[in-house]
Structures are given as C-alpha cells and as structure tokens.
Design a protein around this ligand. Structure first.
Ligand SMILES: Cc1ncc(COP(=O)(O)O)c(C=O)c1O
Length: 504
C-alpha cells in the first residue's frame, strides 16, 4: 500500500480533505502489512508524526520507495530516511502512479521486492474485511525472541497417539487416496449420531450430519446457505471474529449485541429481542465462548430458542469447546430442544476436543431437509473433508475418551493458575472467571487500555508477552485483551512474571 504524501499534510488543502486522506490511509493501512511511503511525508514534522502514529497503530513496516529517496534533496528527509527500510522499485512505477495509471492499492510487497499488479479486482466484500488481529499478533510475535505466548486458541499438546494410528492405518490400507462422498464417510457419521445422542442429548440421524473442514467450513457453509445479501445476523459480542467475517462474506449484515460483562458476559436476551428487525434472519453464537469463556446456561438458551421460534429465526451455533466446562457448568446444545429441529444448524469440531487443529475436521448437524442445501455451499468450498482426517476422527470417537478428560483437567488447572496470577495484577486487570473454553477476557484498567491494539503491541514489544487485543472480537471487546490458557503452567508463569515486572 502506498501512502501518498501531500494530501495528508499540505496546508493549502482544506482541513476536511486532509482529514479524509488520513482516514483513508488508516483504513487501508489496517488491511496490509507494509506501508510504502512517498518521501514527502518525511519532509515535514506533521507528515512524519502521522507516519509514526500510523505504524505504531497498525504495526506496519514502513518502507520508502527507493526512487523517492533518490529524489530527495531535503536535509530533514535525508536525516530521517535511515529510520525506514529502503526498497527498490520498478523504474516506471512512480510515473505510472503519478499519472493515475496505477492505483495505490496496486503496489504489493513480497519478500522485500515491490511487484506491480495493475488490477487486483478484489471484491468489495473481501476488501471490507480487516486484517486478522490474531494472525497479526502472531506475525509480530515471531519477531520477538523467547516470547511468552498467550495469544493462540490452539491446543499445544499433540494429537493423541491412537488417533494418529487410525490415520496411519487408513493410509496403509489404501483408504485415503480419493474423495469421500461430500457428506463424509458413513461410518464416521454413524459414530457422530451416537455421540450426539450420548453427549448432547440431540436425537440425530445420519441424514442430518455433514462432515466439514473443521467447524469453520461448516459455519461458512451454513451462513452461505442461509443468508441473503442484506440479511441481518445477530451476534452476541464480544465473539469469535471469524463469525462476523463469515456474515460479511455472505453480504449479510452483522448486528452486534453486547453481552452483560458484569454478569460474567451473560447473554442479554432482552437486547437480542430488541435488535430483531424484519431483516433479521439468524442468531449466531459460540458457547462455551471464544473469547470470554462464558458457558450459556440451558435456561438462557431455552429463552433464546423461544425468541427464535417466535420470530422465525435460524440459530447457528459454534460448539467447538463443548467438552471444556468447569465448576459444575453444563454445556447445553440448543438443538436438543425438539421444537427447534428446523431452526438450528449446530457446528462441532475435533480440533479442540482431541487437539487436532491441523487435521481440519469437524461436522454439522441440522434438519435433513437443510443438509442438501448446505451441501450446495460445502461442495464448492471443499468437495469433502480431508479423507485421512475423517479416518482419524473415526479413531478419535471409537477410541478411549480419557484424553478429553485429561485435556479438561489440564485446562482447569491452567485456568485456576491464570486467575491466581491475574489476582496479583488487580491494579492492571479485572476479570470474569471463565466457566469454560480455555480463554479469558480481562478488562484493562489502565488508561492506555482504551486502545487495546496499542496496549497489546506495547506489551509484546516491551514486556515480551503475546496476547490478543480485545477489539478483534467486536467493538465491545475494546479495553480488553484475550488470554489463552491452553498452554503449559510454565508458559503462564513466564508470561505473568514478565507482566508483574513490567506493570508493578
Ligand atoms: C469458537 C471457535 N470456533 C471454531 C474454531 C476453529 O475450529 P476448526 O479448527 O474446527 O475450524 C475456533 C478456533 O479457534 C474457535 O475458537
């Protein structure tokens, strides 16, 4: 992305125009990793300060196009150019840019070289989606040596051995070289039916099961199948940002309804009801929740079901953390309410339960008449879920479930440790104890917490602790940060020792 100099700082244009140019620059900068700058910005204090702010706000690397540097005769510019990486550019790029043949967005950087692409033709839907803060923090964390990492919701334990063995045996027996049916292999769907009856109290049939590429692809296919452009989807927030993006990708409109933080990030049923309009098509939630760790209780979900039925809404659930609940909380699947049979798509995954993130395997359950419709979206996205992973998942369901219990016991221990360590930092954070998942969402009490992105970037850079800014989970997530406790106790202690040194 190229940030052009003059409109951003020149005094002879109106303040309103200048402001607009700056807003555009910030918006574009949020979508890219690097900023290629026009040398004019180095020539005056105002432009220079703007650049500094822009890069610290977005974490972008500033690169100065080499031929701009070449133009420079200004002492201020010469003094500052050492601050930024210089980059060679194709000989005619400036000329093309200046005469408008090439747009700012047409400059891409790759491995230190600028490549020009004349027309990216990116859809409005995609260009509206901001850069993922989670992946951005990962990228920045990789630049810090010996970082204490609390920013990924990814189990750090490996996949249990009996699951690996099931996959190896399927490979050896020549079962995985071709596609499966797009619904997934029958034996796996039959095991899932047993699991849904046993653990979710959902009376399912194989015709109601679709094996998907993780929960994510199931959710994406469900959203695609249900949402028309302009349809509104209510999402209690803070929530997993991927859900919001999936609605945008379907050209739907996410309607964000705040959770009640002081009640432990509880569902606000009255607020959900108040947000319903004639355009509302669905409610989408995850419980146990990413990022807050809230487990929505049965009583609240029954009320939500009544609201959905009354207003003829669909409910799309993400139950990725279903097995990780603590302190007597119980996971409740809204699909277990018989009246909801035609109104729910429930998405599940092997990712969290069996530490299988990389296998990309999950499934969804819905009405047997909806499955063929959802499949119309599933097939163009995936054809079928990876077959080797389907056999691994079969091994997971048929084998011992002790690993799930062991994971839960570990997360309970690490949750308790994280809460104890947070108690010692009570001048910096205030938290709601998570009843499930392996995530928590403390509020930042320091004034600088108002901008959670800057706060987390500073903590990473100066305190060497990687966390996720709360804003990544919707506007109500601002002034918070997400911490993952799916790590070792050693990692939690290391991160909190550093935070104590840094803040106290
Ligand atoms: C709420 C939630 N849903 C889904 C996923 C991803 O699931 P999968 O790997 O099955 O696609 C995550 C991963 O972090 C998550 O937090």
């Amino acid at each position: 992305m190229l940030v052009s100099g003059p409109p951003i700082y020149l005094e002879h244009i109106t303040a309103a125009k200048r402001e607009k140019a700056r807003r555009n620059a910030i918006q574009l900068a949020e979508q890219v990793d690097n900023l290629i700058i026009d040398h004019h910005l180095l020539r005056c204090e105002e432009g220079f300060r703007f650049l500094d702010k822009l890069s610290s706000k977005t974490g972008n690397k500033i690169i100065c196009a080499a031929d701009f540097m070449g133009y420079s005769r200004c002492p201020l510019e010469a003094q500052r150019k050492s601050l930024y990486q210089e980059m060679p550019v194709p000989s005619d790029w400036h000329k093309n840019y200046a005469c408008g043949k090439v747009k700012a967005e047409d400059f891409l950087t790759s491995k230190g070289n600028i490549t020009m692409k004349n027309d990216l033709n990116v859809s409005k839907r995609v260009s509206e989606i901001p850069k993922s803060a989670i992946h951005e923090m990962t990228r920045l964390s990789q630049q810090i040596e010996d970082v204490a990492f609390l920013s990924w919701a990814k189990p750090t334990s490996g996949t249990p051995e009996h699951i690996n063995e099931a996959a190896i045996s399927a490979i050896k027996n020549g079962k995985v070289g071709g596609y499966s049916t797009s619904d997934g292999i029958m034996e796996l769907r039959e095991e899932i039916v047993k699991k849904l009856i046993r653990d979710n109290n959902v009376d399912a049939d194989v015709s109601q099961i679709l094996i998907t590429v993780g929960a994510i692809e199931g959710l994406a296919a469900a959203v695609m199948a249900l949402i028309d452009p302009g349809d509104e989807v209510i999402l209690p927030t803070p929530t997993y940002s991927t859900h919001i993006r999936q609605v945008i990708l379907a050209s739907g409109k996410p309607v964000l309804v705040p959770l009640k933080e002081q009640a432990g990030f509880a569902l606000d049923i009255e607020a959900v009801e108040a947000a319903i309009t004639p355009k509302t098509k669905a409610v989408m939630y995850c419980s146990p929740s990413n990022p807050t760790g809230t487990v929505f209780p049965e009583e609240q979900l029954r009320k939500l079901a009544s609201v959905a039925l009354e207003n003829e809404l669909m409910v799309i659930t993400d139950e990725a953390y279903e097995y990780f609940v603590f302190d007597g909380n119980k996971h409740f699947s809204i699909a277990s309410i018989p009246e909801m049979k035609g109104n729910v798509v429930s998405c599940y995954t092997f990712t969290k339960t069996y530490a299988m993130t990389g296998w990309r395997i999950g499934y969804l359950h819905s009405h047997e008449r909806l499955i063929p419709q959802i499949k119309k979206a599933h097939i163009p996205f995936a054809i079928c879920a990876p077959v080797v992973s389907q056999y691994a998942a079969l091994g997971a369901l048929k084998g011992s479930q002790q690993c799930v219990k062991d994971f839960r016991d570990h997360y309970l221990k690490t949750r308790n440790l994280m809460c104890e360590r947070l108690d010692r930092l009570n001048s910096v954070f205030e938290y709601q104890k998570p009843g499930g998942s392996y995530l928590m969402f403390p509020r930042i009490l320091l004034t600088e917490g108002i901008d959670s992105t800057s706060f987390c970037k500073k903590l990473l850079k100066e305190g060497k602790v990687s966390t996720t800014p709360g804003i990544a989970f919707g506007p109500t997530g601002e002034s918070h940060l997400r911490l993952s406790f799916c790590v070792s106790e050693g990692m939690i202690n290391k991160a909190f020792d550093r935070m104590e040194d840094y803040y106290l």
